[in-house]
Write a new protein. Structure first.
Length: 81
């Protein structure tokens, strides 16, 4: 029995009901449309999570209680901002 070939990422996202917001590679021959303003907002959120990962306590989730973890996230967000 042959394994089924993997479907493309964009097809997978559409099958899940999400709208793919992936920019095109400049060398791509087939251009996929994407919304630049949505991509900018998505990128902003991703960069914020990257900054949170600089805080070891948040990245490793040392706090067991949700309220303590949320307090650490709020403190880090305040300092980053």
């Amino acid at each position: 029995m042959r394994p089924t070939p993997p479907i493309g990422l964009r097809q997978f996202l559409r099958a899940r009901g999400t709208v793919p917001v992936i920019p095109n590679n400049p060398t791509r021959t087939r251009i996929h449309p994407f919304d630049r303003s949505v991509y900018k907002r998505r990128n902003l959120v991703e960069r914020m999570f990257c900054r949170f990962k600089d805080w070891r306590r948040i990245a490793k989730r040392y706090d067991k209680l949700a309220r303590n973890f949320m307090a650490a996230v709020e403190l880090a967000a305040t300092i980053i901002w």
